[in-house]
Design a protein around this ligand. Sequence first.
Ligand SMILES: [Zn+2]
Length: 96
Amino acid sequence: MVMTKSISRRIPQRTCVACRQVKPKRELTRLVCVSDGVIEVDTSGRKPGRGAYLCRNIECWKAGVMSNRLDYTLRATITRENRERLMNYSKDLAGE
Ligand SMILES: [Zn+2]
C-alpha cells in the first residue's frame, strides 16, 4: 500500500459557545466537564469529558460563563463558585 500524504491537512475547527464563531481549535480555550457539574479549564486540550470552547477574550467568557450557555453545552449545572473560578481564569486572558 502506497502512503500518500495529503497536502491539505485539515485544521480542526470549533465553535465558541458564546459568540458562535467557528475558529481553529488552537485559538480557542477548551472547558471540560470533569465530573458532574465540575467545569475546568483544559489547558492541554486533551482532558477526557464533554468539552466546550470559548474565544480567548473576556467578552466571550462573560457571555459563556455567566449565562447558562456553558451549562447547556456541557449538560451540567455549574455552581456559582465554579463560575467564579472560570471568570478568574479569564481575567488573565485580558492581559494578553
Ligand atoms: Zn467567542
